[in-house]
Write a protein that binds this ligand. Sequence first.
Ligand SMILES: Cc1cc2nc3c(=O)[nH]c(=O)nc-3n(C[C@H](O)[C@H](O)[C@H](O)COP(=O)(O)O)c2cc1C
Length: 434
Amino acid sequence: MSKTKKLHIGMSLAATWLSGDAWRRQDSNVEGIYSTDYYVDIARRSETAKLDFVFRPDSLFLNPQALDNTPGSASLDPTVLLASIARETSKIGLLSTISTTFYPPYVVARQVQSLNWISNGRAGWNIVTALDGNENFGLPIMPSSQERYDRAAEFTEVVCQLWDSFPNEALKLNRDIGTYSDPSLVQPINHNGTNFSVKGPLNIPNPGHSRIPLFQAGASSVGRNFAASIADAIFASTPDRDAAIELRQDLQKRAEEHGRKPKDIRLLPGLSLYLAESRAEARELFQETHARMDRARKLASIGEMTGLDLNDWPNGRQITERDLPEAPQQVRSRTHSELLRRLIVRDEPTLDSLLMRPEVIGSAHWQIIGTVNDAVEEISEWAAAGAIDGFVAVPGGSVGSMHLVLSEMVPELAEVGLFRKDYSTTTLLGHLSE
Ligand SMILES: Cc1cc2nc3c(=O)[nH]c(=O)nc-3n(C[C@H](O)[C@H](O)[C@H](O)COP(=O)(O)O)c2cc1C
């Protein structure tokens, strides 16, 4: 009998369930979002559900205007936060997001390896090239996508070499003869590249229990190539099933071209879940959450991604391929602008329906609005169609919706054989390799 391949599930710790107007609910506990207890509670619930990992996206800039009526993107540093969660959990993976555009590789190698020690092998690194924040790091303009990815590739190579530069075998700890280590095994890396010059070795040993898994987010052609060359998984935006199937097949093909196996790269799309006891309640949750969303901001975002100025368009007018100007040369994220163009070409939406689409309001994530059963059914369909290797849950609407994901939806996926009922390892790589 063939065994159903289990999904890999992560839980985002960005408090998306407080986005829009959801933070105004009485039970939102929005006061807690800069405290550790808030996230430890979610991480423990995620561990009870046997999730592969908790994950924190990140940015290194703040738009004060976006804070006027929502918590915006202000957040704790992900690696520091995950270190505090490490002490309160024992099995779940801890995936931190760190930009290769702004940090020096030596610092990142040290931070992630420190998290790996503190958590006994549960750390992972989500590699991003970042969307904004250049002016916080002395850069007048954001480097181009190509420059960012060139730097990311060299950065990652340096980090991996640094992790290897102080191997666990170098530690001898022989009390009788007083030998602490064999220094000949601790070697400099002497890296001299286009972007970095790093001597090494790293000042923290490799614990030796398991390799640190690498994730990547960004799915332009150059982003896919980068992910296919090194990543264990890609965190992606796939608003529809065909987009996921295309991306997964393409990543697998590219991985083979890099001498890897197709299964070495796992596609884990973001999955936005608005869950409630009935479909009507879930729909209401979604409408309430987005009722006050700033129209001008959404139109500005469409303009940035496509070059389309829709400010004077009536709500009911359809937008078609003919309306699309030449794709702008410089966009914040080619992945997101291509997904939006694709939607317009395929669906020819009216303006008011476009303004409620995940491509405009939800980072272009796959979205399910409905009951736990609806979610389990749709996830099962995507898995059966070969569209996903798992997903990263990005719950929306309310704390209740987020709790339903962890306490009912994930256990139900385990019940139908699509997810583990218990952990069989204690490292992130172990979970991903199951
Ligand atoms: C699903 C997804 C999630 C992302 N998350 C982050 C993030 O948390 N922090 C960040 O700085 N950039 C993030 N990015 C931006 C990417 O790292 C990248 O800079 C951007 O998408 C441009 O690359 P592209 O041209 O391949 O799309 C994300 C991108 C995608 C597609």
